[in-house]
Design a protein around this ligand. Structure first.
Ligand SMILES: *Cc1c(COP(=O)(O)O)cnc(C)c1O
Length: 231
């Protein structure tokens, strides 16, 4: 099947309230143009340099998409991130939130929507905040969100998680559920300058389970484009 057919089939299959972010790392301008023609509105990129290349190659077409930063956020690249990405899904410390806040205005951004990345399985090799390292975790998160809510040029709008890497997507279910519970807890606080509306979880092998567990944003690459050649 073509990229267009894949995209449209998945779009039809998932509930309307679930945003589909297409994870486009390693994909070409041509592949992304096909995606735009298929009606895609949200794109995710992991690497700043790669995103810059595709973004400029796409010209005006790039502006039809909402760009989501889904890769590791490096403080020294925040200016570049702010020049491309509409949403930053990978904020994993107050320090990085502060760095975004400090640079946003100069980058012509009034308020930058951000999600907090949770490494819900506390896996060693991955980015994101690890619950094992911050106990009690709910209190830690509450304090973090409160602190972030005081920053003028960003707004917390959600949580993002990868879930543990595992062959069996069913193994991710309890982790997705934990993230959902954390999300609900933070949402119900109705903190000022926080709009906890997006729960970004689920990839090609796990998105159905993630949606069952309350995800309202999935990030899909392989299932839309086919297997990646590298990365
Ligand atoms: C690559 C990637 C995805 C998509 O993964 P697939 O298995 O190709 O669907 C989702 N989220 C992040 C953060 C990624 O890096």
């Amino acid at each position: 099947m073509s990229i267009k057919e894949n995209y449209q089939k998945i779009r039809r299959e998932i509930p309307e309230h679930v945003t589909l972010v297409v994870a486009a790392k390693t994909r070409t301008k041509e592949e992304i143009l096909e995606l735009i023609a298929a009606g895609a509105a949200d794109i995710g990129e992991n690497y700043v340099q790669e995103a810059q290349q595709v973004y400029s190659a796409l010209g005006n077409e790039a502006k039809k998409l909402r760009w989501h930063m889904i890769g590791h956020l490096q403080t020294n690249k925040i200016n570049k991130v702010l020049s491309i990405f509409d949403v930053i899904q990978t904020v994993d410390s107050y320090k990085k939130a502060q760095a975004i806040d400090k640079r946003a205005e100069a980058a012509g951004r009034n308020i930058v929507p951000v999600y907090i990345e949770i490494n819900i399985g506390s896996e060693f090799s991955k980015e994101g905040i690890k619950p094992e390292e911050h106990k009690p975790f709910e209190e830690y998160m509450l304090k973090l969100v409160e602190d972030m809510s005081k920053l003028k040029h960003l707004r917390v709008e959600g949580l993002m998680t990868m879930g543990p890497r595992s062959g069996n997507p069913e193994d991710s279910r309890p982790y997705f559920r934990q993230t959902r519970n954390l999300f609900d807890m933070l949402k119900e606080l109705h903190l000022p300058n926080v709009n906890m509306k997006t729960l970004s979880m689920g990839m090609s092998n796990s998105y159905k389970i993630a949606i069952e567990e309350g995800s309202n944003m999935v990030r899909l690459g392989t299932i839309v484009f086919g297997e990646r050649k590298y990365c």
